[in-house]
Each structure stands twice: as structure tokens, then as C-alpha cells.
Design a protein around this ligand. Sequence first.
Ligand code: FAD
Length: 405
Amino acid sequence: MTNYNISYIKDCFGCGVCAVACGKHIISIRLNDTGFYEPYILVPDQCTNCGLCLSVCSFHNEGISIQSKPLKSFAAWSTEAAVRRKCSSGGVGFELGRVLLDNGYKVCGVRYNSDKNIAEHYVATTVEELIQSIGSKYIQSYTKDGFCAINRKEKYLVTGTPCQIDSFRRYVRKFKVEDNFVLMDFFCHSVTSMLAWKKYIALVEQQVGKVTYVSWRNKTTGWHDSWVMGIDGEDKSGDKVDWQDSYNILIREKKTYLNSRLSQGDIFYSLFLGDYCCSSACSKQCKYKYDASAADIRIGDLWGAAYKNDEKGVSALVCFTPKGLAIAEKLKRFCELTQHSFDVVAQGQMKQNAGKAFMTPVVQCMLKSSLLWSTRMWRLVFIVERILRLPQRVWRRLKRILLRK
Ligand SMILES: Cc1cc2nc3c(=O)[nH]c(=O)nc-3n(C[C@H](O)[C@H](O)[C@H](O)COP(=O)(O)OP(=O)(O)OC[C@H]3O[C@@H](n4cnc5c(N)ncnc54)[C@H](O)[C@@H]3O)c2cc1C
């Protein structure tokens, strides 16, 4: 008999919803050899071929689980200065959680687990617990335990990447409990390989000792320059020096702090935003760019011209369903909301999937090798990439000039 289950699925979105849906609890999630989560069947003999795992899978099924277009779009930010300062853009993700906690919901969001060095979904039942979800963690989150902790009979806000949310909607629909859930995704560039994150953390730990805390964005030099890794380590040894110019290391009260900006060449952000190591599912199969979503609400960074001078952070907030619209109304108690057309709110967002850098094959070999490459070595890769891209850039500029004439 042929298997009607996820056993043949490879290089998928890694959303983990199949593992949550499986009534036999025989699906597990692990990292594949490129550093992305993938499901596998622990005990194949126990599979009854019910097909539930495939029916909730956004990678296996064509299209998106709801046919929706943006109903209303807003520029938004929290009116509480501390929330706006701490969050990735305007803090609307956190405020949505707070509003829904007030209305009897629990929140399933993503926190960073510094013991395991992973991002993971978890359930918050209080505002104090919700605080850990603040800030984007630009690696793939491990969803299984967080999603399994959800009681389908209760009300939840579930947040995640668009592919996680599409599978999750299929799942709650299957169990006829869609009304209990508010689903929120974000404009998503892609997720980065966990191999890259592990190499980066190993480099950082040489400097700061065991990592105890990671913050991914920091607005001390303004929101537009907020791609900053802020990392605390356990090392108390002192005598730290600036680590190859982009890494400022500070020792205060016997703790080590590292601060590394993209604008000064941070390795992780260069790999992530330079498209050196995004998953093949993100680059080939993503179907959620721009205005395509299965969520009730989509959030993001409003980078466009309308707010180009804002340095405190502005969130994009797009309502796709009447449920999303009703929640945006409630949000007005905690946030400043200004309605704009979708084009204004989504200006600068990707309409096509993340591509591949010329140096991707080299980077993949470097990530798979057991060697710990130095920052100098990574920088060399980025320089070679820039040289290889030069003819392309010159040609693009020339085309623009010629078309203008
Ligand atoms: C991998 C990734 C790619 C992104 N790409 C873009 C992009 O191309 N364009 C854009 O405008 N915005 C992108 N974002 C979203 C952006 O970084 C901010 O999250 C958004 O502006 C909302 O910020 P905020 O201040 O409202 O709330 P924040 O406090 O930043 O809220 C963050 C929310 O995202 C959730 N979250 C954090 N990390 C993850 C994760 N790894 N997986 C799933 N959910 C997570 C949290 O649970 C929380 O609900 C991306 C986020 C991630 C995690």
C-alpha cells in the first residue's frame, strides 16, 4: 500500500502543523541537512494513512486556505513609548496580543530559547509572559511544542510566518474550531538556515561565553539602522576589545554584552538579507508575498516613503478579514492608527520570492563543514559576491539611464 502521509515531503516550509494534527502522535520535526525544520514519521507502522497530515499542509496543497484581499491597511504604532522602542517596528504585534489577552484570548507567539539557541513557539497567558514574544527572531521557529500546547476549545491569537499560519488555518478548519482563533502573520522575507545561526552563535560565544539573551533589533541609532544583534553572554573575564570593528563588546556589572550592526557588516544579517542561505521552500515555493495571506491580520515594517523620516518605528497593519477589522478597531485604545491605501502601507515589500546569491553554493559548503569560519573569511565571501554582482548592477543602471532618455 502506498503511504498517504508526509513521509515523501522534503524541503517543505517546516511549519510543524502536520505533527500537531496527527492523531497517532507519530510525526516529529527535525532539522534537515540544510538547517531547516522538516517532518518525519517516528513509527511508520502505526500510520493509518488517514491523510490528516497532508490535508493541513500548506506546502503540499496548492493555493492559500482563504481567498482574501486587503480590506483596510494602516500605519500603526504603540502609544506607549517603551513598547514602541523595544519592538521591531511600531510594536503593533505586541499590542494586538495585549488587546486579545484583555478579551479572554491566549497568545501563541515566538520567543528565543537561549538554552537551546532556537526560536520557538510558546503560549502566553499574561502580559508578562507575552513580553518574550517582542521582537522578530529572523530564524525559523520550532513550532511543535507551542502548537501542541493549544487547547482547541479555547480562544487564541496565533502568530507566525505566512506558511505556518496557512497550515494552521487548514488545521483549525479541519477540526471546525476556526472561530476560536485570530491568526496573524507578517510580510516575510524568508527564514535563515539554522546552520548559519549555529555558526554565528559559535563565533559570538568565543567572545562573550554562553549566550544568555538575544535581541534582534535595536533603535538606539534610529529605526532605519535598527538591524542590530544585541547579545548578552555569561563570560565575566574582562579585557574585551572591539571584535573586528563591527562588534562592540562591553563588560558591565560582570556581564558581557555584544552589539553588532548590519550597517557595520554584521555576519548574520549579511547572510540573511543577502539571500545566502534561505530555504529552498522560501525561494521556490513561497506563495505569500505582498498581498497574499491566510491570516486575519498581517503586520510588518512600514519602510515606504510616507514615513521615511520616522526613526521611532512604524508598523504596517493590514486587515484581510472582517474579524481582523474588528480587532483593529479595538487596537485604537493602545495604538495610533492612520489609514492608507495598501500600496502605501506595503511600499518596499517584496513581490517576488527571495533569490539566491552567487556565492550560495560556497556558503552552503561553509555552513555544512565542521570548521568555524572566522569573520574575515565571511567578509571575503561578501566581497567576492559584490564583485560578481558588479556587471549586473552596471547593466541595471545603464538600462535605467537609457530608458529615461
Ligand atoms: C523571519 C522573519 C522575516 C520577516 N520579514 C519581513 C519583511 O520582509 N518585511 C517586513 O515588513 N517585515 C518582516 N518581518 C516582520 C518584522 O520584522 C516585524 O515583526 C514587524 O514589523 C512587526 O513588528 P512589531 O514592532 O509590531 O512587533 P514585534 O514585537 O516585532 O512582534 C514580533 C511578532 O513576530 C512573531 N515572531 C517573531 N519571530 C518569529 C519567527 N521566527 N517566526 C514566527 N513568528 C515570529 C512574534 O511572536 C511576535 O508576534 C519579518 C519577521 C520575521 C520573523
